[in-house]
Design a protein around this ligand. Structure first.
Ligand SMILES: Nc1ccn([C@@H]2O[C@H](COP(=O)(O)OP(=O)(O)OP(=O)(O)O)[C@@H](O)[C@H]2O)c(=O)n1
Ligand SMILES: C[C@](O)(CO)[C@H](O)COP(=O)(O)O
Length: 229
């Protein structure tokens, strides 16, 4: 079953403290965003990639895609102030019967197993996200004092890709914008519409490169994958 993917890469990477958008940080001599794009370019089920970039970075993104002959990058769309705005712009630029994945440019290690689980579940139910059970104990805290301890059995750490029927995610983003609803992921907008969102098994290695520590984890993951080849 073929799918399209929207890749938001229009952030600033402030928490990475690299002085530039972290999408251009090099891992094994190649920009982070190239690793993520290659993964989808080489997936036989991926039909179309929509890359969302900062206005002033669209041209360099196009040059990178062309230099690597990423032929599935059919559009490079300008992002918005928040991740949600960028994802909406990407979703709006598509019109498809296929399942649409939304996947952070900053998560270069997602596997084809996770992608397949998502595509099948979203095709069946309309909305599916990758997640892993949390490993730590999670407490709610106010002003430096614990308010309560959450029931860990019910807590999942949510990743991307998140997969949806296009008409559903389009409606969720449109209505959220009209109502001023803000969410930290796309699925929360679908939940807010009242639509069920299914969980599929994610992968602990599907990290989002967010802070400098994550670069160390990324190197370790790359080393391990090279060893296994
Ligand atoms: N306005 C924005 C903000 C974020 N993103 C993208 O959404 C993904 C997840 O966001 P995050 O890790 O928070 O990236 P940044 O916003 O770049 O990081 P920071 O919050 O530290 O500035 C990244 O691929 C990022 O480029 C985006 O397309 N548009
Ligand atoms: C969408 C996401 O990657 C799911 O974990 C995450 O919520 C993005 O959050 P960020 O603050 O924009 O990095």
């Amino acid at each position: 079953m073929k799918y399209s993917v929207v890749i938001p890469a229009a952030g600033q990477g402030k928490r990475m403290k690299a002085g530039k958008n972290k999408q251009f940080l090099e891992l094994r001599g190649e920009p982070l965003i190239v690793h993520t794009l290659r993964l989808f370019e080489q997936d036989s089920l991926c039909d179309t990639i929509v890359l969302v970039a900062n206005g002033e970075e669209c041209e360099i993104m196009r040059e990178l895609a062309d230099a690597h002959q990423f032929k599935k990058v059919k559009a490079i769309i300008e992002g918005g102030k928040e991740r949600q705005d960028s994802c909406k712009n990407g979703v709006d630029s598509l019109k498809t019967e296929q399942v649409v994945l939304i996947h952070d440019g900053a998560r270069p290690f997602v596997t084809y197993d996770v992608i397949r689980r998502l595509v099948h579940k979203a095709d069946e139910t309309g909305a599916a996200i990758a997640a892993v059970p949390v490993k730590d104990t999670i407490k709610r805290v106010k002003e430096g004092v614990v308010v309560d301890t959450q029931n860990r059995a019910e807590l999942w750490s949510v990743q991307t890709p998140q997969a949806f029927k296009w008409s559903l995610i389009k409606e969720a983003h449109t209505r959220a914008k009209e109502a001023g609803k803000v969410g930290t992921d796309d699925a929360s907008l679908v939940e807010w519409l009242g639509h069920e969102v299914a969980i599929v098994e994610g992968d602990y290695q599907n990290i989002k490169l967010t802070t400098p520590d994550d670069l160390l984890f990324a190197e370790a993951i790359l080393k391990e994958r090279e060893r296994k080849k």
